[in-house]
Design a protein around this ligand. Structure first.
Ligand SMILES: Nc1ncnc2c1ncn2[C@@H]1O[C@H](COP(=O)(O)OP(=O)(O)OP(=O)(O)O)[C@@H](O)[C@H]1O
Ligand SMILES: [Mg+2]
Length: 372
């Protein structure tokens, strides 16, 4: 087990900068996720850490030992690639044994490690089968086993669950989390799935176009996103973003939209009068109301069984909200909604967060534009 650190890693492919000044510190035994949209540089980051790509700048350290120029096979880090390819002609046992034979591990030790790994992954009964005779989930476990069996200092997994169907994915999510906890092995887990990034790791780094946007515990990133990009990649459905105009009244900041006004009750920097900005609110913090609230109409409903996502048109803009159970609302029905002011976010015109109330109701107030 080991800590992993990258220092200002930069990697270019011709005119594309796949990684730009990426500095991350992953603690010994940590479950660390890297979240980002396609092309963000996630795979390149893993390939650079393991040594399959040479960085144009920066360094990689394992346990504070600089390994930037170390041969990949000598780094003692295992990787499970995005397109998990098992050897089709080898049995599960053969697949697991392969990396160990390459590392010249003695035969008896190979057997011991494979048996131990197989028990952990519940694949003891599959050892003599060929990959073609395995289910998707079983294949996934074997691929994982191949990374685990080497007992590496750290493991890198590149979207390991992306090839699975929804149900299996759900099952593997909790199994993988348990497994990592049980093994206490340092794990860097790449995903573009916001649910995985929210539910599995100790911490997440959000990557965009090769740059780290934010690093923190999932709930920190959820409640205090550093930008509306980060706010939109974590949480489902994503945060509502409502364009508004900044007004300054009596030295206090007011943000105005056709239907409502958001007043900052604390000083807010970096927003100037007349400029544009965004109000952000998550769907679960918008509530249907039978009394006060902003008037809107139901645009569509998405019943999910336990809850319903309701799209409401307010001032020509669709705002999503989540309500428990069935909404009982039909299309075009008039409704009123309220915002939980203690869960509002303000972003400047560039999308950088200027204020997240994150449970603190004393920071912002929402009013109906008609009544101010
Ligand atoms: N070998 C290469 N040659 C040229 N460009 C590359 C190469 N590898 C990656 N890139 C480019 O670098 C950028 C980052 O790619 P990378 O594969 O790291 O993204 P990713 O975040 O893993 O995406 P995905 O979610 O689709 O797997 C992309 O613009 C990609 O086209
Ligand atoms: Mg990738």
């Amino acid at each position: 087990m080991a800590s992993v650190r990258t220092e200002a890693l930069t990697k270019r492919f011709g005119s594309i900068t796949a990684l730009r000044d990426v500095s991350l510190e992953i603690a010994d035994g940590e479950f660390f996720a890297v979240l980002g949209p396609p092309g963000a540089g996630k795979t390149t980051l893993l390939r650079t850490i393991i040594g399959l790509e040479t960085p144009d700048g920066g360094d990689v350290f394992v346990d504070e030992e600089r390994i930037t120029e170390t041969y990949p096979g000598d780094r003692d880090i295992a990787i499970m690639f995005q397109n998990l390819a098992l050897y089709p002609d080898k049995t599960v046992y053969g697949n697991l044994a392969f990396p160990l034979k390459q590392a010249r591990v003695p035969r008896r030790e190979i057997r011991r490690r494979i048996e131990e790994t197989a028990v952990k992954l519940h694949i003891e009964r599959l050892l003599e089968r060929k990959p073609a005779k395995l289910s998707g989930g079983e294949r996934q476990r074997v691929a994982l086993g191949r990374a685990l069996v080497r007992e590496p200092r750290a493991m890198l997994l590149d979207e390991p669950l992306s090839a699975l169907d929804a149900l299996l994915r759900l099952e593997m999510r909790s199994e993988l989390k348990r497994l990592q906890r049980d093994l206490g092995r340092t794990l860097i887990y790449v995903t573009h799935d916001q649910v995985e990034a929210m539910t599995m790791p100790d911490r997440v780094a959000v990557l965009r176009e090769g740059e780290v946007q934010q690093v923190g515990r999932p709930e920190e990133i959820y409640h205090r996103p550093s930008s509306h990009f980060v706010a939109s990649v974590i949480g489902s459905p994503p945060m509502n973003l409502i364009p508004a105009v900044v007004e300054s009244a009596n030295g206090r900041l007011r943000v105005v939209h056709d239907q409502f006004v958001v007043e900052a009750l604390a000083p807010v920097e970096r927003l100037s009068a007349g400029g544009s900005c965004y109000i952000g609110i998550r769907p679960e913090d918008v509530h249907l109301s039978s009394g006060e609230g902003f008037a809107g109409r139901v645009y569509a409903t998405e019943p999910l069984g336990g809850e319903t996502v309701v799209d409401v048109t307010i001032g020509g803009r669709i705002i999503k909200l989540i309500t428990a159970g069935a909404s009982g609302l039909s299309q075009d029905a008039p409704v009123r909604v309220t915002f939980d002011a203690s869960r509002l976010h303000l972003f400047d015109a560039d999308g950088t967060t200027v204020l997240s109330s994150a449970g603190d109701g004393s920071l912002l107030r929402v009013k109906d534009a008609g009544r101010t």
